[in-house]
Design a protein around this ligand. Sequence first.
Ligand SMILES: Nc1ncnc2c1ncn2[C@@H]1O[C@H](COP(=O)(O)OP(=O)(O)OP(=O)(O)O)[C@@H](O)[C@H]1O
Ligand SMILES: O=C(O)c1ccc[n+]([C@@H]2O[C@H](COP(=O)([O-])O)[C@@H](O)[C@H]2O)c1
Length: 201
Amino acid sequence: MAERRRRVGIMGGTFDPIHNGHLVAGSEVAQYFDLDEVYYVPTGNPYKKTGVTPAEHRYLMTVVATASNPRFKTSRVDIDRPGPTYTVDTLRDFHRLLPDADLYFITGADAMAQILEWKDAEEMFKIAHFVAVTRPGHDLDLTGLSPEQVSVLQIPALAISSTDCRARVRSGMQVWYLVPDGVVQYIAKNRLYRPDQQRSL
Ligand SMILES: Nc1ncnc2c1ncn2[C@@H]1O[C@H](COP(=O)(O)OP(=O)(O)OP(=O)(O)O)[C@@H](O)[C@H]1O
Ligand SMILES: O=C(O)c1ccc[n+]([C@@H]2O[C@H](COP(=O)([O-])O)[C@@H](O)[C@H]2O)c1
């Protein structure tokens, strides 16, 4: 009997900060596609975003958030690679590191609309199968994409965004239960997202 191939999920994001929407997405995709593990991969230089928190803070919040789930891991491949972060490079790195695994790249509904404009999009789809999870407030646009390239997974709706979490902290509101407890504490300890924030990393 043929041996079952390892199935690995890859959830890329700026994670500024990582929140429970990201964690539910990875957990639901892992369950539905019977994944052995899900790697959370913070971006190094997300070239479409500006004013992003230093990568080491985003990486450490991701480590804290994923620590309690045995199937979740955090990868440094994107933050250790110089230059703009392109998903095709993330996938090339994972394919090189795990040549015998089937790779599933997890993304939210909002990202799918522009995915064909990402660098070397055709190559991305050769290396990994994409899973688009539903996200409140964002319609899924799969124009130009085939079911061989992308699956859609309906997940419990969590109307949480990193933008909203940052705005809450900046205005003195709480983020309990929107982000994991350890991330609430990490943000407070490092005074992230405050007008007087320390940017020592
Ligand atoms: N609440 C959510 N439900 C489902 N998917 C989500 C949710 N929040 C983010 N995602 C997806 O997770 C991935 C990483 O998202 P990202 O780190 O940019 O978070 P974000 O909340 O969209 O951030 P920001 O508000 O700063 O743009 C993207 O593919 C995004 O679509
Ligand atoms: O490869 C690209 O050109 C590309 C363009 C925009 C976003 N991405 C990836 O999409 C994921 C979510 O990105 P973001 O900026 O919405 O946090 C993350 O893994 C990014 O590297 C990738």
